[in-house]
Ligand binder design. Structure first.
Ligand SMILES: [Fe+2]
Length: 289
């Protein structure tokens, strides 16, 4: 397990790097950008890296092998879930061989000192595959809800769900047809479980919703040029301490921007940036005449 850096509080903080939509095999995949991201994530030294889908462009074996090569350069433990592009051309066969189950659970228990500092017994991350063969829209399905409930069996853990498709529409991305089809049924299940954070990708634009105390974190594309408007490629850094969950955006020019803070005591969003800036609004929203 990699330790954090900085002062005493920062060292105890839990760090998660969230990557999405590498799209290995796509003409817009940028090797230089991917290399820089791997280096920056390794310098950050997170407790965990989560990759929320679309590792490949079309689910081909060679694309998964390229993705596995890049992710093999990460020094921290890594949890991966497939996206819709990975489910093309029976890609999930290769996914299973190279990355394992499409549904998985990661859990780490904190030592007593860290548990006290973080006001949590450990971290539980549940990875859910929302892809369907050769379709773009996301779907989880009611039959999966009991399994999801069962994975969050440590009531005092920090609880994270990772799934490729988004549960709320992402502003600044154009017409949206791919929100998880059963989001209206799944969201109250996650609310009842007490999930703290939902990590998603798919839309290539970072955005954060606070919903009934849950923080929904969508990440941009990590290493492809499939961007929307003026929003550049980026990845998310989550920093969790006893009182807050902070999300920082990392851009390709090296900028690290604090984008949202959620209070763990009130479960309310207490600070927001980026997505309410004039640059974002003017770049990715069509003005209403
Ligand atoms: Fe996707």
């Amino acid at each position: 397990m990699t330790t954090g850096r900085g002062d005493g509080i920062a060292r105890s903080a839990l760090r998660i790097a969230q990557l999405s939509s590498m799209r290995c095999g796509d003409v817009t995949f940028d090797e230089g950008l991917m290399r820089a991201v791997i280096e920056r994530v390794n310098r950050l030294g997170p407790d965990l890296v989560v990759v929320v889908g679309d590792l490949t462009e079309a689910g081909f074996r060679w694309e998964f092998e390229v993705a596995a090569g890049w992710l093999g350069g990460l020094e921290a433990e890594t949890v991966v879930v497939p996206g819709n592009h990975d489910a093309r051309n029976v890609g999930t066969v290769h996914y299973r061989q190279l990355f394992g189950d499409r549904f998985s659970r990661y859990r780490t228990a904190f030592d007593p000192w860290r548990a006290d500092r973080l006001a949590a017994t450990g971290l539980t991350v549940v990875a859910v595959d929302s892809s369907q063969p050769d379709l773009d829209e996301g779907h989880v399905g009611r039959e999966r809800y009991p399994w999801i409930r069962a994975q969050f069996d440590e009531p005092a853990d920090v609880k994270v769900l990772m799934v490729h498709h988004h549960l709320m529409a992402i502003p600044g991305t154009g017409r949206d047809l791919n929100v998880i089809t059963d989001a209206g049924d799944l969201l109250p299940v996650l609310d009842e479980i007490g999930v703290d954070v939902v990590l998603t990708g798919h839309r290539h634009v970072p955005y954060f919703w606070g919903l009934n105390g849950m923080l929904l974190c969508n990440s941009g594309t990590t290493a492809s040029r499939r961007t929307r408007g003026l929003v550049p490629p980026s990845w998310n850094e989550l920093q969790i301490d006893a009182s807050t969950i902070k999300v920082f955006l990392h851009y390709e020019d090296g900028r690290r921007e604090l984008s949202v803070i959620r209070s763990r005591t009130t479960r309310a969003r207490i600070r927001e940036a980026f997505h309410v800036t004039g640059d974002f609004l003017s770049s990715n929203h069509i003005p209403i005449a």
